[in-house]
Design a protein around this ligand. Structure first.
Ligand SMILES: N[C@@H](CCC(=O)N[C@@H](CS)C(=O)NCC(=O)O)C(=O)O
Length: 235
């Protein structure tokens, strides 16, 4: 899988392409398939990727009630949370609108706080792409004037997702864990045991404060996600 970054403001990709010729809607993410077909809209992209690797169980099988539950959550995270944040990152947004948006998001997070006090994941015992999506949008909270540190279940959820090796791998691949890597590099080398040392950090990193905003990137992926996963050093 290749990644191509997009500057949202200028609508230019890192290779100089006018992004509006790729996605006339002007939004990231976009998934480009081997046959050059393009898929847009986060919930569709996430389900497509999950279905490419059903053995990873990141989405319940199509046609089951659990799959509709997943779509219910993806719809909520997409239209109520994700798009709820958008005006908070626009300097032209009037203060009244900003406060209204923050209020709506706080109310939604209050509901999620209650839910995540009784179950670890949105689909109860099963981690899914909806959790990954919730994690990503919630990482923006501190940058949008929302204090989620007073919500212990949400904070624990962020930590739980952020500690998953493949989530770390994805953040690393996106260049979002620079500070964490510097921290690791400054630690004394572990005594040699003759075995290779797994890339397992001993410290918690703060997933709520990404140094780079994920939204600046267009995810321009090839159908063969194997190469991306297999080349990853964190496996
Ligand atoms: N409905 C789209 C919305 C995605 C979206 O809003 N992306 C934002 C970044 S988080 C974007 O590209 N905004 C373009 C802009 O602000 O001009 C989806 O779910 O993929």
């Amino acid at each position: 899988m290749e990644l191509e970054r997009v500057d949202i403001a200028s609508k230019r990709t890192q290779t100089g392409v006018d992004f509006l010729t790729v996605n006339p809607k002007g939004n990231v993410p976009v998934l480009e398939l081997d046959d050059k077909d393009l898929l847009t809209e986060s919930p569709a992209i996430m389900q497509y990727l999950a279905d490419l690797k059903p053995e990873c169980e990141l989405a319940p099988p199509n046609g089951t009630m659990a799959r509709y539950r997943l779509q219910e959550w993806l719809g909520f995270v997409n239209s109520d949370l994700h798009k709820g944040y958008s005006p908070l990152f626009n300097s032209a947004t009037p203060e009244l609108v900003r406060r209204e948006r923050q209020g709506a998001l706080s109310r939604y997070y209050g509901l999620l706080e209650k839910l995540l006090t009784t179950q670890p994941w949105l689909l109860r015992e099963r981690f899914s792409v909806a959790d990954a999506y919730l994690f990503t949008v919630t990482s923006r909270a501190p940058h949008a004037g929302l204090d989620i540190s007073r919500l212990p279940a949400i904070s624990a959820f962020q930590q739980r997702v952020g500690e998953r090796p493949h989530v770390r791998g994805a953040l690393l691949a996106e260049g979002l864990l620079r500070d964490w890597l510097q921290e690791i590099a400054q630690q004394p080398a572990p005594a040699s045991t003759g075995q290779s040392t797994p890339l397992t950090p001993t410290r918690r990193f703060d997933t709520c404060h990404p140094r780079v905003n994920l939204d600046k990137y267009m995810h321009n992926a090839r159908r063969n996600t194997n190469s991306y996963i297999e080349a990853a050093p964190w496996r």
